[in-house]
Ligand binder design. Structure first.
Ligand code: GTP
Length: 522
């Protein structure tokens, strides 16, 4: 067999996959492919073993909103176990509430921002004066019914048009949880922004409007309900809460039949996307406008047929997430700005960090020092896996941090950087095809250079070398190249670090493929 000149990353799978030079792949393909393919996990293996291992929560809520009360006690002990774990790592007693990051997604105008804004008011994050201010501003924009949404939609553009553009961010607390709301835009033009929010989510909250005609537009007539559902699943989110909103609307009037109709239409699609109906999906009827079933059940008996928990009660009851607290520090940067120094924002996906820690920003490998840590409006001296934080960094210029940068500890190996990715994907594409590759919150233009081999999704065996194209539900090993030259993309093998090991491939009109990174050439 011909000997390829460079070596496979030693970290890769711990087995003896032969070295590969992908620039000479055409020459070596015939001999290398048989050697590589049998070592790769089959799609089925990935989807079962790996998915379970790396799902955002390994402890599925064993309860639906309807049966919550009986299980709250056992969840309480799980929560205190999680708290102890956090305290043990950091020796901390101050931050007792478990972090939970929720993503509001769904079709445009379903009521995501209204629900989020009203919840902030009901939980005391927004006071009466601020609400009145929003009411005045909403009236001035001829959008009075958007008054609660103005708490999340803060830019002039968003308020003028009544649509969310950026992922809105806010937080509130329940008895046991510190909950970060990521409010995704519902308009199809802003799906790339929605993907950034999905990357940080522990739980997805799919908001659908029960108003006659609106649910149908969002779900049956090409709206975003379907694409958002698929994208949150592709981002590794395991639990989906479906809020059936606008139940107060005059076309619905809290009609139980309408609620059941929507639920029954959604379930088959959610299952198709990979959510298990009993364990992973919870339905709650609500009115974001009236605040019904957000924090409390409404006083007037508008829906006596619904006896389950409210949205906030349900979030509070979720079991703690199985976070990688002991792993190496990794924080994919989703935003940066200057404020008496360089501030970066993001969710910590692994490990923890203290003030004074030395870190490295990948892929540029710039060394930085963490000088300040902000957890919401509190300055603190540490942060931990699962928390969404802002860090002030010393020794770095703004232009050294780009979309897709990852802050890593210097105490262990930083995350990997690849220019060419071997991926598993499904869709109809052929070499020369260009698209945008989304990994975590970052996006890059890429071109498919070569389809190396088709892979049997069940067995992982190679089937057809050098296919001319692949179509839906095909799995293949393919080589992608960044369109712009640069330092490469921060990525990891899916099996080693799932948050940076998943990708979505999109073009202007929608998502064409989702997949997992099986090998990286650095
Ligand atoms: N009747 C009724 N109207 C609602 C309810 N929730 C939201 N709306 C209205 O629906 C419209 C859109 O609300 P938003 O909260 O901006 O919807 P959104 O899903 O955040 O929209 P995008 O972020 O732009 O996708 C506004 O006019 C709201 O007043 C509700 O519970 N009942």
């Amino acid at each position: 067999m011909a000997q390829p000149p460079i070596h496979w990353n030693a970290n890769d799978e711990g087995n003896s996959i032969p070295a590969v030079n992908f620039s000479d792949l055409n020459v070596y393909a015939k001999e290398l492919v048989p050697a590589i393919i049998p070592k790769l996990p089959s799609a089925e293996q990935i989807n079962t073993e790996m998915e379970q291992k790396y799902a955002r929560s390994t402890t599925a809520p064993t309860t639906t909103a309807e049966t919550l009360n009986e299980t709250t006690k056992s969840n309480t002990s799980a929560v205190s176990k999680g708290k102890k774990a956090i305290a043990a790592v950091k020796g901390d007693t101050e931050r007792q509430k478990e972090p939970l990051n929720i993503l509001f997604c769904g079709h445009v105008d379903a009521g995501k921002s209204t629900i989020a804004g009203h919840l902030l008011f009901l939980t005391g994050q927004i006071d009466q004066r601020t609400l009145e201010k929003h009411q005045v501003e909403a009236r001035e924009n001829s959008r009075e019914s958007w008054m609660h949404a103005f708490a999340m939609d803060t830019t002039k553009e968003e308020r003028a048009h009544g649509i969310t553009v950026e992922v809105g961010r806010a937080w509130f607390e329940t008895e046991r949880k510190h909950i970060v709301i990521l409010d995704a835009p519902g308009h199809r033009h802003f799906v790339p922004n929605m993907i950034v929010g999905a990357a940080q989510a522990d739980v997805a909250v799919l908001v659908v409007s029960a108003r006659r005609g609106e649910f149908e537009t969002g779900f049956e007539r090409g709206g975003q309900t379907r694409e958002h559902t698929m994208l949150v699943k592709a981002a590794g989110v395991r639990h989906m809460i479906v809020l059936i909103n606008k139940m107060d609307d005059s076309t619905v009037n809290w009609d139980r039949d309408r609620y059941d109709e929507i639920k029954n239409k959604l379930i088959p699609y959610l299952k198709k996307c990979g959510f298990k109906s009993d364990e992973d999906i919870t339905f709650i009827p609500c009115s974001g406008m009236k605040g019904a079933f957000l924090k409390k059940a409404p006083e007037e008996q508008c829906a006596p047929w619904y006896t389950g928990s409210t949205f906030a009660e349900y979030l509070d009851s979720l079991p703690p997430f199985n976070r990688n607290i002991d792993g190496p520090f990794r924080m994919p940067i989703v935003e940066k700005y200057k404020d008496m120094g360089m501030i970066v924002m993001g969710k910590i996906e692994s490990g923890c960090c203290r003030v004074g820690d030395q870190c490295v920003i990948m892929p540029n490998r710039n060394r930085v020092k963490v000088t300040n840590i902000y957890y919401e409006d509190m300055e603190t001296d540490f942060c931990i896996c699962g928390e969404n934080v802002r860090l002030k960094l010393a020794n770095i210029d703004e232009d050294k941090i780009s979309s897709g940068s990852v802050l890593c500890s210097t105490e262990s190996e930083p995350c990997h950087v690849g220019k060419i990715v071997v991926v598993e994907h499904k869709s109809f594409i052929s070499p020369g095809y260009s698209a945008v590759l989304h990994i975590y919150g970052a996006s890059f233009e890429v071109q498919l250079q070569k389809l190396i081999v088709l892979v049997d999704r069940k067995t992982g065996e190679r089937t057809q070398p050098n296919p001319r194209y692949i179509k839906q539900d095909h799995a293949a090993i393919a080589r992608f190249q960044l369109s712009q030259s640069g330092k490469g993309i921060c990525m990891e093998l899916f099996k080693n670090f799932a948050p940076l090991g998943r990708f979505t491939l999109r073009e202007e009109n929608g998502t064409v493929a989702v997949g997992k990174i099986l090998a990286i050439v650095e």
